[in-house]
Design a protein around this ligand. Sequence first.
Ligand code: ZN
Ligand code: ZN
Length: 410
Amino acid sequence: MLTQQQLENFAELAVRVGANMQPNQEVVIRCDVQCSDFAHLIAKKAYEFGAKYVHMQWRDEVLGRINMLGASKETLCEVPDYLLAQNKYYIEHNVCLISISAGDPNILKGCDPDKLKASNLANMQANKEFRNATMSNYLRWTIVSIPTTAWAKQVFPHEDAETAVDKMWDAIGRIMRLDAPDPTEAWKQHIATLRRRASFLNQHNFEYIHLTNSRGTDLRVGLATDHQWIAAEEEGQDGVSFTANMPTEEIFTAPHNRKIDGTVVNALPLVNSGNIIDDFEITFEKGKVVDYKARVGYEALKNILTTDEGVLSLGEIALIGKHSPIAESGILFYNTLFDENASCHLAFGASYPTTVKGGNEMTEEQLRQHGMNQSLQHVDFMVGTKDINIDGIGYDGTVTPLFRDGEWVI
Ligand code: ZN
Ligand code: ZN
């Protein structure tokens, strides 16, 4: 369990490093009712640092399940006007958004998949304008996480509820660097390190990244033409920087989807739609999956890899050292915010337009010409073992060591 001071430091991180709220700005906190204590703490912190007003957007995952079971598909697809008006207000008032991502990974287990899919789609379409406002950094936003009972029980299934929640708080406390004397300062230093490495990689403009380890990984991942490595901070459209994910440990860019060759073996299980896929290896030729095996969850892997043409190539390569606090915790969180930041990973499917210079303004065809992969899917899988070696290979063939034995050497 964290001390009151650590909790306050955590709330301060969300306000000042995450959303980087500016004085006289309105704040929207979006969270489940189970997280109300922490949300209130964030609200108080926001006022300490000069917020104009704090709005709460409560979620209730249990009611969400009750509605999903009780309401008709048609009703679930109707998005009330007042919710859209609320989003419009947030955009017009240039709020900053703090989301607390916490919940039971199994809350919708057993619900009708057809209803789920339809209501998700209807909501995504209705909220498109608001999503664009965050994806394009028009609004500054951040996501943090705290334990809930059901989630902690999933992560620590052999503990009683109270112990599981305590253990999870301890883990999140270390991962959020709340044990540092001044966590906000610790985060600023951490972000500076990530950005220094990203700019090293950008200056070298490598043609290939070469990954090898003792489990049989020997993969050359070509990088998209004019790719750029991205880490930690982003810039809002008002020019103020913010950190969208807290924690964040990754430095990532886009592979070239016609220049990937060799074999990669997974380092951690891949959890996808409630299925676990493990002990798998994938072979690529000229950017495409040509063979795959899995000792656990082969059918689930096959389901992913048959979605569309684009899923057979890669949309992301992300580098994370083995001494990052998430990696050292050794915990599988069943939550992307944490699990993605635990190990070097690749992603089947779509690339992020921001990982190529000028990508936000490019047409699909222009992105394609740069080697940017497109797909409906984006599925991350972990490849960073403790012994992984990674080299950058320049267009002139020069080899620059980046990782030795699972850790950065730059
Ligand atoms: Zn990633
Ligand atoms: Zn990803």
